[in-house]
Design a protein around this ligand. Structure first.
Ligand SMILES: [Zn+2]
Length: 101
């Protein structure tokens, strides 16, 4: 039986100090980069429909030469199965914690 783990992102709101630092240390890219990805997806999805893949996220990762297997699995583990899900599941919690600018 698979163990259903609570998504790490759901705990983000309560994290502080060392716990928050630990979370940031395990991110697939810097905090800034994740914020930039969310801004990028928001802009791109403004006039394009999500095609239910991580196509736009992949483009962002490739342009920046990020570690995309690692980044993709982090997104998936946090409910970001496609570009619109990243915006729906990750962006609100992320922006609440780290601000929207
Ligand atoms: Zn989608």
């Amino acid at each position: 039986m698979p163990i259903l783990r609570k998504r790490e992102i759901e705990n983000l709101e309560q994290m502080n100090g060392e716990e928050l630092q630990g979370f940031l240390d395990t991110l697939p890219a810097g905090q800034e980069t994740v914020s930039e990805l969310l801004d990028f997806l928001e802009d791109e999805l403004y006039d394009a429909e999500c095609n239910h893949s991580l196509q736009l996220s992949m483009k962002f990762m490739m342009d920046r030469k990020l570690d995309f297997p690692k980044f993709t699995s982090w997104l998936n583990n946090n409910g970001g199965y496609c570009d619109c899900k990243v915006m729906e599941q990750i962006a609100p919690i992320w922006r609440k914690k780290f601000g929207d600018d």
